[in-house]
Design a protein around this ligand. Structure first.
Ligand code: BJW
Length: 236
């Protein structure tokens, strides 16, 4: 028998216990920064130095944090589950990859990549980025931006994500408030297509909690490994 495929959506809550802030919690990123200034193309056009400083700070944090048991459990699920386990993350950190997940789509981009507005090249970027840097592909100065999906921009990999949602047997949503679309609409998308089991794992009920058939609330580092254990035990 073919095992059902699993699609997992993760958000900032899964990285909270690694030491990275969420956005909308009381101590979150949007309590300290204006979303319009740092996470829109208009904000970047107005003040690129401010946006670079915001993402440089967050890029510098990456080597100081490690994957937590929730990231590790999802990598174990991908390794041990006999069907496909596609991990779709809204997070721009690299903790899923460092934990060992490989079938992974970063729908809101990646902190460790930049994109050239002149030639379209996408490249790895480890240090700080500034408006004075040159594109390593076309040499244009001042054309590089973080490879991040801001408000009003189209998230990445959407056709592949929607196709996977259409055919999955289990949709898991972990550590996301369910406020940002299109990710917040994935659970409804899955439910209108039919038979998939839908489960939310989050610290507290998200905005979309009532749309899930099952909810488990608690810190990701505890509820995710326990849920993965349960799924793998069900294989017999
Ligand atoms: C824990 C925990 C622990 C804490 N354990 N859990 C009106 C209606 C509908 C849509 C729109 C609308 N007006 C505008 C839109 C569209 C807009 C949108 O959704 N706006 C809403 C705010 C209304 N969306 C867009 O513009 C998107 N693009 C788009 O729609 O294009 C059109 C299109 C789509 C598809 C096909 C074709 C066209 C782009 C959205 C880009 C989002 N970008 C950001 C910033 C960039 C990345 C970055 O800087 O890091 O992405 S915003 C920010 O929010 C970030 C996140 O990825 C995203 C989601 O946040 P997340 O992950 O859910 O975090 P929080 O903080 O909200 O929640 C954390 C949760 O964890 C909480 O519930 C906690 O309880 C929990 N938690 N500790 C477990 N230990």
């Amino acid at each position: 028998m073919r095992a059902e495929s699993i699609v997992i959506l993760t958000g900032a809550g899964i990285s909270k216990e690694s030491g990275l802030d969420t956005f909308r919690d009381a101590d979150g990123i949007w309590a300290r920064h204006s979303l319009e200034d740092v996470a829109t193309p208009e904000g970047f056009a107005r003040d690129p130095d401010l946006v670079h400083a915001f993402y440089n700070d967050r890029r510098r944090q990456l080597p100081t944090v490690d994957p937590n048991p929730a990231h590790v459990a999802l990598a174990r699920l991908e390794r041990d589950w006999p069907g496909r386990v596609l991990l779709v993350t809204q997070n721009i950190d690299d903790l899923h990859r460092r934990a060992g997940s490989r079938d992974l789509l970063h729908m809101h981009g990646e902190l460790s990549k930049v994109r050239c507005l002149a030639c379209g090249a996408i490249m790895q970027w480890i240090g700080d980025l500034s408006a004075r840097d040159a594109c390593t592909a076309c040499a244009t100065v001042g054309s590089l931006r973080p490879h991040i999906v801001w408000f009003g921009e189209v998230p990445l990999h959407m056709p592949e994500i929607l196709a996977a949602l259409d055919s999955c047997g289990l949709f898991l949503s972990i550590g996301t408030s369910g406020t940002v679309y299109p990710a917040a609409g994935f659970v409804s998308h899955v439910r209108t297509r039919g038979r998939a089991r839908t489960v939310e794992l989050n610290l507290e009920p998200s905005h979309g909690a009532s749309l899930f058939a099952e909810t488990v609330h608690g810190p990701a580092s505890q509820v995710v490994p326990a849920f993965v254990d349960e799924l793998l035990a069900g294989l017999g």
